[in-house]
Design a protein around this ligand. Structure first.
Ligand code: GMT
Length: 380
């Protein structure tokens, strides 16, 4: 098939999943064009069948803000015809599904010679935050309804779409996935020693440091844990709440126990350093970062919200805690860090779940089946 993928380029789960899907589809022999404002985070150059199509948003003095939706719709229409695309796959409802709809109308008006079918994948905040905001709710609902097929990354997100946006009874749930060859435990004792020379246990958090991730709570949980035992906190990623957190950490008596890093290409070896992974999010439709940690055999302590209970089995592959019960998170971390047998058993169970349920080989065919269906005229 010839597939156009629309996604955000910035750090964030939807862009990561879209980019990985593009790589996987190209490796399986499909022709894939990725349309975005810049090369997505985690893009790998030089792959066969995979092309990046930059969307240029030309400035004009009358425009007070960049007109990305219009530029994207124009690019979709152009690439669809030039490359004879069969399917446009929009990741994140706005503006991608909206742009796909607009491009479809433009192509229809143009005698419809090239008119790919449209698939939208809902990722989470496009529904739970943007879709439930009165400023956007109607356009999110409309864009979802106009897609030829819609998928969501968890049952929880499907349910949220029905309740928050009022559409989506035929949404197909396709969980997120990992390239399981890239994501497996890869201990790097030297790198670990550089962070914890005294071999104290490491708690890790990886995110885009947005308010929904509650990185202030990550530090608060660590601070309470640190009152009980020696440990290090490693914070990976970047986003709006990183600077305020760095200030709070800097003023704390545990400042020397905390290190910040930007995400590096080889995240798996970084994650393999951790003894536990902490994700106390307010909302998480899936929790791709937790899945990545699980693949590296790291026990996770996460909020019992959204789709996380579909990823983490409490007490078996990690721990689910009430997001407001920070003491429960502290207790779970303390238990995991203090018991190497529990850590190893839980880590292995987590990696086994990833291998059996969340590898690309299990999930990508489900997307191919959706593409087949829309090409045969079946919605969802
Ligand atoms: O908030 C983020 O982490 C970014 C956001 C995105 O769309 O880029 O992530 C959402 O999509 C990810 C991939 O499907 C999910 O793993 C995340 O759980 C989800 N984030 C939230 O629901 C807050």
């Amino acid at each position: 098939m010839r597939i156009g993928i629309l996604c955000y380029a910035s750090v964030g789960g939807s862009g990561v999943v879209a980019t990985e899907l593009a790589h996987e589809l190209a490796a399986r022999g499909h022709y894939v064009h990725v349309l975005s404002s810049e090369r997505p985070f985690r893009w790998r150059d030089g792959r066969k069948n995979l092309v990046f199509e930059p969307v240029e948003t030309t400035a004009y003095p009358l425009f007070r803000e960049p007109q990305y939706l219009l530029a994207l719709a124009t690019s979709i229409a152009r690439v669809a015809c030039e490359q004879k695309l069969d399917v446009i796959h929009a990741h994140y409802a706005v503006p991608h599904a909206t742009a796909a709809y607009l491009a479809d109308r433009m192509l229809a008006a143009d005698a419809g010679a090239c008119r790919p079918r449209t698939v939208t994948t809902l990722h989470g905040t496009d529904v739970t935050l943007v879709g439930s905001d009165p400023s956007y709710r109607r356009v999110v609902a409309f864009s979802i309804e106009q897609s030829h097929a819609v998928t969501a990354v968890s049952e929880s997100l499907k349910h949220d779409t029905l309740t928050a946006v009022g559409v989506g009874s035929d949404i197909r749930v396709i969980p997120n996935f990992l390239d399981c060859e890239a994501y497996s435990r890869r201990p790097d004792p030297e790198a670990r020693r550089a962070i914890a020379p005294d071999d104290v246990p490491i708690v890790m958090h990886v995110s885009n440091f947005r308010p929904v991730k509650r990185v202030d709570m990550v530090f608060e949980v660590f601070r309470r844990l640190r009152e009980r035992r020696n440990a290090r906190l490693v914070l990976v990623g970047d986003g709006p709440d990183r600077l305020p957190l760095a200030r709070t950490v800097g003023q704390s008596k545990f400042a020397d126990d905390v290190q910040f890093f930007n995400e590096r290409p080889d995240l798996a070896s970084g994650l393999s350093m951790a003894d536990a992974f902490l994700l106390p999010s307010a909302q998480e439709s899936f929790g791709l970062a937790a899945l990545e940690a699980m693949a590296c055999e790291v026990p996770v302590v996460v909020s019992r919200v959204g789709g996380l209970p579909e990823v983490v089995e409490d007490g078996v592959t990690g721990y689910l805690c009430d997001p407001d019960d920070l003491d429960a998170m502290v207790a779970r971390l303390d238990m995991v860090l203090g018991d190497s047998d529990l850590r190893a058993t839980m880590g292995r169970a987590a990696a086994e779940v990833v291998r059996t349920r969340f590898c690309a080989g299990v999930i990508v065919p489900q997307y191919e089946a959706v593409y087949d269906d829309v090409l045969c005229g079946v919605r969802s």
